[in-house]
Design a protein around this ligand. Structure first.
Ligand code: GLC
Length: 623
């Protein structure tokens, strides 16, 4: 394709801007290999080709975002996450539901895996057999293009998954590898016998110990393939630069189809090293910086969301630390914020949360922000370290066990109802599945008006947290109308062994309709969620680049943080208990509060007896 002179110049300038970010990494990763030179040439050609093929409207978007690089950090950003089939059957169906998203204030949607998965169990679509095709049950590429355009016309960004760590065993590469083609065998990690796998296993952890134990799968010919997740998800060999080249091509192709955000799945696992856990190895960050540079050169409107569900200390590096500062993920899931929300809610105590947020997370990150969430399609793992627990006088093991018992509902007095996911007897690890509303008490509340009121307040507390903490708040489908656990998953033989289907219901459109008015729990959650997102959008201090400072207001059940904007900073106070909590007005003034006006409810806050009274599970945003 012939490029105009202006397009050629723009490409050259962007290449110069990011050349070192890309090639310094690749040199380090692959410089020793004899095929490296040819591959870096091929990569350069790919970048040029993709840029030339980029549609004009997306090139314009590139420029717009070059000029407003903070677009994804702005307070108007609010996300919604769903499985296409569970939300609206097909991609065309989604287009008919866009008014619903608009009415919620959504400006970003994450379509859960929608590329062509393997037939049968595909781990919810995370076993892709063709990155160039849409899951035929959802539609085709034309439907995808038309949805992308419709979203863009409404100012809604489109996020989809890119599964980088593995392909389905049915992917063409894997099939050819299985058939013995040397080129493709080198795309995966295949061992002639189990001696190396056994050595690796000594330090590896198991992701699905219950349903997919071990990290390798024996093939019919006696060889072993690295399969971190399920036996049908074959890990790619990222030490082979050819894999990098292929995935860069996939990435740019999706970008040119109108994707704004790529959710890079399970990135912690990309690099393997004998004697390690094979998670978050330094090479992972080099790869991710290089991939980011690829986008910056040939599709700069695209940003990267990194899915690394790791410990607090490890997570931050996915937003670029040290030499990768400002050059790695634009977004990463704030897994700790999510875990700490549930922990504080069960304990009615924010001390652990305050400690973790304060000691592991800086007040700002460069060119990046968090994806904040309370629930998603996955389980909740209690990523609380013994050290952090110990720092606030807790025993880590006992606290994690308490949380599991609390959220299955076994713990006496628990308000929650959930299910265990992947119990690991070796480590004592017990993860939790369940919908936001059920874990927050709504299922158990039944007809009890007080218990219902508390459950509603807990849900809105969570939404107020993710809307104000800093980052893009992601609402998980159905949580805006407080959908309960879907126990029907047990009747589906493909889903029954995986309790995550408990919180992957079909959208209840009838309930959504009736929640538009009235005083039911669903209606109150819907109205509250809309208000939270609308108010967030109007508050400049909630921009992702504004520092967040974690404070200690006194009462254990209260979380406090200040968004330190140069003008009109906001103090956020959140009560994690069913008891009202007084916070000293004097203390608030000391933290800069000038007016006792709640920006969330848009009304004045009384300060009788020198204290602000936070209602049960209440949130206040004070200027
Ligand atoms: C991510 C997904 C999860 C999936 C795994 C393997 O963690 O969120 O659902 O099982 O990757 O692809």
């Amino acid at each position: 394709m012939a490029l105009s002179r202006a397009d050629r110049e723009i490409f050259e300038l962007r290449l110069e801007r990011s050349r070192a970010d890309l090639f310094d990494m690749l040199d380090e990763l692959y410089g020793q290999r004899s095929d490296y030179e040819a591959i870096s040439k091929a990569l350069l050609a790919l970048l040029k080709r993709s840029w030339a093929a980029r549609p004009a409207d997306l090139k314009r978007l590139d420029l717009q975002r070059d000029l407003a690089p903070d677009w994804f950090q702005r307070p108007r950003m609010a996300g919604y996450v769903f499985y296409v089939d569970r939300f609206a059957d097909t991609l065309a169906g989604v287009q008919e539901r866009l008014d619903w998203l608009d009415s919620l204030g959504i400006t970003y949607v994450h379509l859960m895996p929608c590329l062509k998965p393997r037939p049968g169990d595909s781990d919810g679509g995370y076993a892709v057999m063709d990155y160039g095709a849409i899951d035929p049950r959802l539609g085709d590429m034309a439907d995808f293009g038309s949805l992308a355009a419709a979203l863009r016309a409404r100012g809604i960004s489109l996020c989809i998954d890119l599964v980088l760590n593995h392909t389905a065993q049915e992917h063409d590469w894997a099939r050819r590898a299985a058939a013995g083609e040397a080129k493709y065998r080198d795309y995966y990690l295949i061992f002639e016998d189990d001696s190396l796998p056994r050595q690796y296993e000594e330090t590896l952890v198991e992701v699905f110990p219950d349903t997919a134990p071990g990290n390798f799968t024996r093939q019919a010919d006696g060889s072993w393939v690295w399969t971190t997740f399920n036996r049908f998800q074959w890990d790619l060999n990222w030490a082979n630069p050819q894999v990098f080249l292929e995935m860069a091509g996939v990435m740019l192709d999706l970008a040119n189809r109108g994707v704004d955000v790529l959710r890079l799945d399970a990135v912690a696992f990309l690099w393997k090293r004998m004697g390690s856990r094979c998670q978050s190895e330094p090479e992972v960050h080099k790869l991710l910086q290089a991939l980011r540079a690829v986008s910056r050169i040939a599709a700069p409107a695209l940003i990267h969301l990194e899915e690394a569900i790791v410990s607090p200390a490890e997570m931050l590096s996915y937003l670029g630390r040290g030499r990768h500062d400002g050059k790695e993920g634009n977004l990463a899931y704030h897994n700790s914020l999510m875990v700490q929300f549930w922990s504080a809610l069960a304990a009615r105590d924010c001390r652990l949360m305050t400690h973790v947020l304060r000691s592991h997370f800086p007040t700002t990150v460069t060119n990046a922000t968090y994806a904040t969430y309370i629930r998603c399609h996955d389980d909740i793992g209690w990523a609380v370290t013994d050290e952090d627990a110990g720092a606030v006088g807790l025993n880590g093991h006992l606290h994690r066990a308490f949380l599991s018992e609390f959220y299955t509902g076994e713990f006496p007095g628990s308000f929650a109802r959930g299910a265990l996911f992947q119990e690991n007897p070796a480590t004592g690890d017990r993860r939790i599945s369940g919908s936001f509303a059920s874990l927050a008490g709504l299922e158990r509340a039944g007809d009890d008006p007080l218990a219902t009121e508390m459950a509603v307040a807990r849900i809105l507390l969570g939404h107020a947290l993710i809307a104000s903490y800093g980052g893009i708040p992601l609402i998980y489908m159905g949580d805006e109308i407080a959908m309960l656990n879907d126990w029907g998953y047990l009747d589906d033989p493909e889903h029954a062994p995986d309790s995550r289907w408990l919180h992957r219901p079909r959208m209840d459109w009838e309930a959504a309709q009736s929640a538009q008015s009235g005083e039911t729990a669903a209606a109150r959650v819907l109205t509250g969620t809309r208000r939270i997102l609308a108010r967030r959008a109007a508050i400049p201090a909630f921009h992702g680049a504004v520092p967040v400072e974690i404070l200690a207001p006194g009462p254990e059940a209260v979380l406090a943080y200040r968004r330190r904007a140069p003008v009109d900073p906001v103090l956020c106070l959140l009560n994690f208990s069913e008891q009202p909590q007084p916070v000293s007005a004097e203390w608030c003034r000391g933290e800069g509060v000038r007016r006792f006006d709640d920006l969330l409810a848009e009304r004045p806050v009384p300060t009788d007896d020198g204290a602000v009274r936070l209602p049960p599970y209440g949130a206040l945003w004070l200027v």
